[in-house]
Design a protein around this ligand. Structure first.
Ligand code: AMP
Length: 283
């Protein structure tokens, strides 16, 4: 018989139910508006653990822009139905005041990773992510947690804080799920106009082209220039950044032929909606 999924809004209810669980607990933190990308993480968690806990919390401290926070899609009843069908044990759906009660004054910082790339584009974003994920780990006490490699820098931030704070959780980065035309699935895709949705796959196309260009021996600067021109050929793309970095550290690369694994990170706005994508490439 299928056990009923528990839906809890408070930390005390979460802890009480967590205390009844034995065996390996897998955790998938999300901000909801769940799509097949999220569900792939849940499925991977289900295969590897005895119980899966999912959180749905649109975390205010990781949004710099109040309008972006307000417009973030919220689809709780659909989300809960998907999670129940996927065999999830418990969903944690706290309100903001539950996670950040008055007087809360502690943040988790990973300053090197948090201030580069997307962190420079969105100041404070990774501090908010690191803080909420640490709090969620302490509440859920998972053995393993899944994060999508679509948010590549986020995975490195989480791995860094887990290492530095000795948190007893294994972090697993899951490959990016894409729509059939290559666009990386994202809750933000729901906000694109049809014309912008049609234009957005230019990002994944650029990643594919770049892989071939790198194999042909292009150096980092030449590659980034070619990728920039390629994306700018799409007039609806407002390109924000193109970066080729060391895949493990995200350090900048010397302008020499590539010998180690690198990651190409892209960010562009379509009608004001920021989309990101990346691919790990080798020379
Ligand atoms: P979010 O709700 O956007 O915070 O995402 C929750 C988790 O799902 C994060 O670890 C994301 O990296 C992951 N995720 C989002 N989109 C995708 C995707 N297209 N493929 C794989 N994982 C994803």
């Amino acid at each position: 018989m299928l056990a009923l999924m528990k839906i809890v809004e408070t930390k005390s209810a979460l802890k009480a139910h967590r205390a009844t669980l034995s065996g390996r607990v897998g955790f998938v933190p999300t901000m909801g508006a769940l799509h097949a990308g999220h569900m792939a993480l849940v499925e991977a968690a289900r295969e590897a653990s005895d119980h899966v806990i999912v959180s749905i919390f649109v975390n205010p401290t990781q949004f710099g822009n109040p309008e972006d926070l307000e417009k973030y899609p919220r689809e709780l009843s659909d989300d809960l139905a998907k999670l129940e069908a996927a065999g999830v044990e418990m969903v944690f759906t706290p309100k903001s005041a539950e996670m950040y009660p008055a007087g809360a004054d502690t943040y988790v910082e990973t300053p090197r990773l948090a201030t580069m790339l997307m962190g420079a584009l969105r100041p404070g974003h990774f501090r908010g992510v690191a803080t909420i994920v640490t709090k969620l780990f302490n509440l859920v006490r998972p053995d393993m947690a899944w994060f999508g490699l679509k948010d590549y820098q986020q995975v490195l931030v989480i791995q860094q804080l887990v290492r530095d704070l000795e948190l007893p959780v294994e972090i697993i980065g899951h490959p990016t799920l894409r729509d059939p035309d290559g666009l990386a699935m994202s809750s933000r895709n729901l906000r694109l106009t049809p014309a912008d949705r049609a234009a957005a796959p230019i990002l994944s196309k650029a990643l594919q082209e770049a892989s071939a260009w790198l194999k042909a021996g292009l150096t980092p600067d030449a590659l980034c220039e070619k990728v920039t021109t390629f994306i700018q050929s799409e007039p609806r793309a407002n390109l924000k950044s193109v970066d080729l970095r060391n895949a493990e550290t995200l350090d900048a690369l010397p302008d020499e032929p590539i010998t180690q694994p690198v990651v190409l990170l892209l960010a562009a706005e379509f009608g004001g909606i920021l989309l990101i994508d990346n691919a790990v490439l080798s020379g």
